[in-house]
Design a protein. Structure first.
Length: 250
């Protein structure tokens, strides 16, 4: 087998993250936009939809270790791991490759999800519902508590990934999908549980640039919270896993 390259890492993360967002944004669109088959089906549909989106994205991006999330990448780096995957050292270049690919993939996925539901975006009047397909937002706006909620949810996800070691085979993808469902059901209520900076920022940029009929604001005043909160939670998870010496990551 040929040695893996940073180009392979980039393409793998773009593909996996795009699939994650196509399915994740798609399930939100199906729930909130007008005249869809799934309109009004509720929060449980969204949480399981995002869980299955993670499941699919992880399999698609197995070659790169399927981070799909800057928080996972930064959590691994903070844990003291030497390699992201065999042959790819943890350093500034490889880290930026992961982060860049995740943002590109998230943007592409959001655009595709929009195109799939274009007529339903046109049929929906509420600009808030249109933004909800792309990005998260707090039900009660309070930056400190919103950051805390995102940090706690991301800590649980990343700490589990680190101590589990992650695997693109057998139970690995299903297990991480169920963790995402659990976080959404238990901690998703206050902020919509981004727990992934690329999942929120990439689609939010897509919302800003796409010609969405009657779309309204992209809510940039809130946009830093689903970036900072997950990073804080992920770094704490990495440091704690390292301190406890519970890291089976190579």
């Amino acid at each position: 087998m040929d040695a893996i390259t940073l180009g392979d890492i980039f393409l793998s993360e773009v593909l996996g993250t795009a699939i994650l967002i196509i399915l994740g944004a798609g399930v939100v669109a199906n729930q909130v936009l007008g005249k869809t088959k799934g309109n009004g089906t509720g929060w449980v549909l969204i949480t399981f939809g995002w869980g299955f989106a993670v499941f699919a994205g992880v399999y698609a991006a197995y070659k790169s270790g399927a981070h799909l999330n800057p928080a996972v990448t930064l959590g691994i780096a903070a844990s003291g791991a030497e390699n992201y995957v065999p042959g790819i050292e943890v350093n500034a270049t490889s880290t930026l490759t992961y982060l860049g690919a995740q943002m590109v993939g998230a943007f592409i996925g959001a655009v595709i999800a929009y195109l799939a539901y274009k007529q339903h975006f046109d049929a929906t009047e509420d600009p808030g519902l249109k933004l909800a397909v792309f990005a998260t937002g707090a039900e009660i706006r309070n930056p400190l508590w919103n950051v805390l909620t995102e940090a706690v949810g991301t800590f649980i996800l990343v700490f589990w990934v680190l101590i589990n070691g992650g695997s693109p085979s057998q139970m690995g993808p299903l297990a991480v999908a169920l963790i995402v469902v659990a976080v959404g059901m238990s901690l998703g209520g206050p902020t919509g549980y981004a727990i992934n900076p690329a999942r929120d920022l990439g689609p939010r940029i897509a919302h800003a640039v796409l010609p969405i009929k009657g779309k309204g604001s992209s809510d940039w005043g809130y946009s830093w919270i689903p970036v900072v909160g997950p990073i804080v939670g992920a770094v704490i998870a990495g440091l704690l896993a390292n301190g406890l010496n519970w890291i089976p990551v190579s």
